[in-house]
Design a protein around this ligand. Structure first.
Ligand SMILES: CC(C)(COP(=O)(O)OP(=O)(O)OC[C@H]1O[C@@H](n2cnc3c(N)ncnc32)[C@H](O)[C@@H]1OP(=O)(O)O)[C@@H](O)C(=O)NCCC(=O)NCCS
Length: 197
């Protein structure tokens, strides 16, 4: 059965906006590992937002940055030469049929929230993933996290489902909501996807 309006893909958010200011955002390198850890550490140690129990080593973080840069993207937000946030994409599932779907993540220094930095980072990240040929972005958000829920919705992400009591951290279970965004527009429904570059 041909897809009709009722089963057409989710509409694209407003992150396509031409001329969106992404100043202060640059591509990461392995040398940014320590700065990323400094931003990431409080989320690992004090919250269930990160699903990790141990803060990664500099070597591990450098390897993650290099791997993400190779296949997806890893970006840094800087202010006055200092990293204050990062965002990345990586593989959602290691299956050939899922290769056009990326998982995204973002962490902004807790002292620099709500200054528009996250929007700059994600705008550029989603642009870059689209340029590389990815068709869908997915974000897994430990609940409750109204800032991240609203942040993702502001880009057009919509609810994809809820993993109930999937994460054990800080002495209790946590639900994880998944949100998703179509990157390439509603016209990709019946076209075979191209190669990821
Ligand atoms: C989610 C996060 C990345 C947002 O970054 P940020 O730099 O504070 O976001 P911005 O200032 O660019 O805000 C962009 C939009 O997101 C939404 N938003 C951000 N924080 C919000 C909050 N606390 N409450 C409601 N909406 C919020 C708003 O729509 C906002 O637009 P507006 O300011 O024009 O209303 C940041 O809160 C963060 O690092 N949180 C901890 C880590 C985390 O949860 N990461 C996501 C894991 S999936």
């Amino acid at each position: 059965m041909r897809c009709t309006r009722i089963c057409s893909p989710i509409s694209v958010g407003d992150w396509h906006t031409a001329g969106m200011d992404v100043s202060g955002v640059r591509q990461a390198s392995a040398q940014d590992a320590a700065a990323c850890i400094a931003i990431y550490r409080p989320y690992v140690e004090n919250t269930a937002i990160s699903w990790e129990l141990e803060v990664p080593s500099v070597e591990e973080m450098a390897a993650r940055i290099t791997a993400a840069r190779t296949t997806h993207e890893w970006l840094i937000l800087e202010d006055d030469g200092q990293a204050i946030g990062f965002a990345y994409g990586h593989t959602l599932y290691r299956l050939p049929t899922y290769q056009w779907s990326a998982e995204t993540g973002i962490y902004v220094d807790p002292d620099r929230h709500r200054e528009g930095g996250g929007r700059k980072l994600y705008t550029r990240l989603l642009q870059r993933l689209t340029e590389r040929g990815y068709r869908r972005a997915f974000a897994g958000i430990t609940q409750p996290n109204e800032a991240s829920n609203e942040f993702h919705r502001s880009f057009g992400f919509v609810n994809a489902g809820l993993y109930r009591r999937v994460e054990w951290k800080l002495d209790r279970w946590h639900d994880v909501a998944w949100l998703q965004l179509d990157l390439s527009g509603a016209d990709d429904a019946e076209k075979a996807p191209g190669l990821i570059s």
